[in-house]
Design a protein around this ligand. Structure first.
Ligand code: DLL
Length: 441
């Protein structure tokens, strides 16, 4: 079916032609869209205009992708400082939706969408579904979270666009997930890889593997390994495809895997990728490892240019047997900041420290992560001060409960809280070892 050229399931979905465009045609389109977006952002986002001025660059200085490096970088901190409306580039009458990053109230980033932005986002996710073999004959079971998180709404929109029957399951209630999967004969599963692995185990335990009709899965939102892919594929009898994206650039669908399952094609007619040295900001050539930076060149409400993702990857432009000419990025290999993704939620260690200190604990703590039964475990161990210490179990339990509530309020997820005796956490001779991540990802 996918033999290159025009064979990308266009019968159901029209994304095929652009996905196989020549590099010259793609560059021409990117140039046009980039010039337009720079003007739009400069004219409509006051803080961005100031940022450009401070860098000494004017919209006219950017005439093509070659000029992209002249623009300043944008970071999560820029967006947080301008929270909530600072980077909104369209009048309220034209904006129809927000989505938001996972994490705390303090650390949230809000992304805005016009109806056109949503349509284009749906298109990006539709491409991912088609690349995974999806068509209007498929039943797409979406158990990414719905709501502020982009996973559910993104894949839901993509599935509609392809014309598949969409099951908007959202997360949780595993028993019901499996029942619907069987009853509705779902063929494509969309969720985080860790939830897919967990589902596979539950399906096996329930002895219903032969009732499952799944043929493919589209998994992302967190790091996963090749071993995990093989494990999921074997246990569910499917092909498991990676999908990548971030709230700031719209959500899932910035890039996706095709049948080669070897790197993710970037939807570069919407997002121009760059790889930079995270320390110097210098743009690195194709094939070199560094931090991914994206410029969104079709977005109306939230047109971020040179946005630093903090994800480490490599870009390559090699002929792909699927026929797509879209540039490929390797699966993210880590981050250039300290953000952790725990059960799909973005957590910064600094948030944990803030809570501990506010609650009167000393800065002697450890964050211990592991993966048990394909689910992240998350423990915060913190020392008590000698004054806090008590040998009465009831008092300690009360303290743990209070601290857990404060951490949950800040992070949006619940760690296991363990109060430790004063001076019981090993001191490091160099930098304190605060994070022990035993997850093999
Ligand atoms: O996780 C969007 C998404 C939803 C992607 C569903 C794929 C599927 P955020 O919550 O803003 O958005 O988190 C973005 O998650 O910077 C990466 O560090 C990480 N991430 C996303 N996809 C992948 C992936 C969504 N396929 C952050 N592999 C990003 C590894 C991923 N990490």
């Amino acid at each position: 079916m996918e033999s290159g050229g025009k064979a990308l399931n266009e019968q159901y979905y029209k994304g095929g032609e652009i996905e196989t465009a020549s590099p010259e045609d793609m560059r021409k389109l990117q140039n046009e869209r980039l010039v337009k977006t720079v003007r739009h952002a400069y004219d409509n986002i006051a803080v961005y205009r100031e940022k450009m001025k401070a860098t000494g660059v004017e919209p006219g200085d950017v005439q093509s992708v070659e000029d992209l490096h002249k623009l300043p970088f944008l970071s999560k901190d820029d967006l947080r400082e301008a929270y909530p409306y600072g980077y909104l580039a369209k009048p309220m009458e034209e904006v129809v939706r927000i989505q938001s990053t996972s994490g705390t109230t303090g650390k949230r980033v809000v992304a805005f969408y016009t109806q056109n932005d949503i349509d284009l986002w749906d298109e990006c996710c539709a491409r991912a579904i088609v690349a995974a073999g999806g068509s209007n004959r498929d039943v797409v079971h979406v158990c990414y979270g719905y709501g502020l998180f982009t996973g559910g709404p993104g894949l839901n929109g993509g599935s509609h666009k392809v014309g598949s029957l969409t099951l908007p399951m959202s997360s949780g209630n595993t028993e019901r997930q499996i029942q619907f999967m069987i009853d509705l004969e779902a063929t494509i599963l969309c969720c985080t890889p860790s939830y897919a692995a967990f589902l596979a185990e539950c399906i096996q335990q329930a002895g219903v593997r032969d009732k499952i009709k799944l043929k493919a899965g589209i998994f992302g939102a967190e790091a996963w390994s090749e071993e995990m892919r093989r494990n999921i594929e074997e246990n569910l009898g499917i092909k498991a495809y990676d999908i990548y994206g971030l709230t700031e650039t719209s959500g899932p669908g910035v890039s996706f895997e095709c049948r080669e399952q070897n790197g993710l094609h970037v939807n570069e007619d919407h997002f121009i990728p760059e790889i930079i040295d995270p320390d110097t900001g210098k743009v690195l050539p194709l094939g070199e490892k560094g931090e991914l930076v994206f410029s969104c060149i079709t977005k109306e409400a939230f047109p971020l240019l040179r946005y630093r993702t903090r994800d480490i990857s490599i870009l390559t432009r090699e002929k792909c047997s699927c026929g797509r000419s879209l540039i490929k990025m390797s699966r993210p290999m880590g981050r250039s900041d300290d953000m952790l993704i725990i059960r799909g939620v973005n957590v910064f260690p600094s948030q944990i420290e803030t809570v501990l200190l506010k609650e009167g604990y000393p800065a002697n703590y450890q964050i211990i992560l592991d993966r048990v039964n394909y689910t992240d475990t998350f423990e915060v161990q913190v020392e008590m001060t000698p004054e806090m210490f008590s040998d009465e179990i009831r008092i300690l339990a009360e303290k743990e409960k209070d601290l857990l509530a404060a951490l949950r309020a800040m992070l949006g997820i619940s760690p296991k809280v363990t109060l430790m005796n004063p001076r019981s956490i090993a001191r490091s001779e160099g930098k304190a070892v605060r994070i022990i991540d035993n997850r093999k990802i």
